[in-house]
Write a protein that binds this ligand. Structure first.
Ligand code: ATP
Ligand code: MG
Length: 330
């Protein structure tokens, strides 16, 4: 079977450099490997409180960011998760095949819910991996490019696929995650022991930040008291993170980056990182602005939804039949 590649991003806030390096930057080249399904995970964005207008604006922004990443829409379908009702329908089925115990062990749930009062934690946040599994299997996707934080959810999807296939025959396609060698987990500049996250408003690099602000944030990134530019995640998490950012954007290995900065002082090293980030994001922002103004995302999302619906409905029908839901329209 030809490759099917799927990835989603939640319109929960301003996209960060982490989203860009971990996923967005590579989506263009993925279109060479197979049929791509890229979506705006707007149903997932509802798992934490969000204002309607903010959600709408974030969704438009995200569509423009996907397009600014240079994806060829004749090879990649870009769509809103909520435009394809099969996601919600399959979710109603699959929630019966994933269990409370395994969902409670998910790191993302633990991280996000630990900051909340129990009475405010929605069921959707807990059941997030069920919907994510549906997102994946609906398209028979076999390749799932993600950042490191989503590996656990793809693993759980694999468990679900095996569970369903063992019970009902060969119904679903087994997916595999792919993370980048360099940049699968970009850390926060203000606290390099924490993942950079768009729902965390504190001092991370947002893709729409003014270039001067980006430069300032990098120059004041937390580092250690030493003086050597060396990759050592345990003792030098801040420097290691900046080396990762540089290497990922330049498409070189960490070792190559380390060599380049041998003998550099922290200040000069940070300046070089800021230069490369500003160069890349400056060009990216320019494309984003053009796309936003031209409103070309509207047609792209309409066509993307149509193409996605076709594929998703076939899978949904196959699942319904396999598990014994009576079909009277055949
Ligand atoms: P949120 O805080 O809302 O969860 P997020 O920044 O984690 O926001 P997601 O929408 O959850 O973004 O994830 C979109 C994609 O970006 C996923 O594939 C995720 O693994 C990847 N990603 C997120 N953060 C990083 C990061 N710091 N480094 C690399 N990849 C990341
Ligand atoms: Mg996340």
């Amino acid at each position: 079977m030809a490759n099917r590649i799927l990835t989603g991003i939640k319109p929960t806030g301003q996209l960060t450099l982490g989203n860009y390096i971990g996923v967005l930057k590579h989506l263009k080249e993925e279109t060479e490997r197979g049929e791509c399904f890229y979506f705006i995970a707007d149903l997932h964005a509802l798992t934490l409180p969000i204002e309607p207008e903010v959600l709408r604006q974030n969704s438009i922004d995200l569509a423009c960011f996907y397009l600014a990443a240079g994806i060829d829409t004749s090879k990649a379908h870009l769509f809103l998760q909520s435009s394809v009702s099969a996601h919600a329908e399959l979710n109603a089925i699959m929630q019966n095949y994933l269990y409370m115990g395994e969902l409670s062990r998910m790191t993302q749930f633990k991280d996000k819910s630990s900051k909340m009062k129990e009475s405010a934690i929605g069921l959707g946040l807990f059941a997030y991996p069920v919907l994510m599994a549906c997102d994946i299997v609906l398209y028979d996707a076999n390749i799932i490019p993600v950042g490191e934080d989503q590996i656990q959810h793809v693993e759980l999807t694999r468990d679900l696929v095996n569970r369903i296939n063992n019970r009902y025959g060969d119904v679903l396609t087994l997916p595999k995650y792919e993370v980048r060698k360099v940049g699968a987990r970009i850390m926060s500049l203000s606290d390099p022991t924490k993942k950079m996250s768009k729902s965390d408003p504190k001092g991370d690099i947002f893709l729409k930040d003014d270039l001067n602000v980006i430069r300032k944030k990098i120059m004041s990134a937390v580092t250690d008291s030493g003086s050597e530019v060396k990759f050592d995640e345990e003792n030098k998490p801040g420097i290691s993170n900046l080396l990762t950012i540089y290497a990922a954007l330049k498409d070189i290995s960490i070792e190559e980056a380390e060599k380049l900065f041998e003998g550099y002082r922290y200040g000069d090293f940070k300046k070089a990182v800021a230069d490369v980030v500003c160069e890349e994001l400056g060009a990216f922002q320019e494309k984003y602005r053009q796309i936003l103004e031209s409103k070309q995302y509207v047609k792209v999302l309409q066509e993307g939804a149509e193409a996605a619906q076709k594929v998703a409905n076939v899978t949904l029908k196959r699942v319904k039949k396999a598990i014994g839901l009576l079909e009277v329209n055949e």
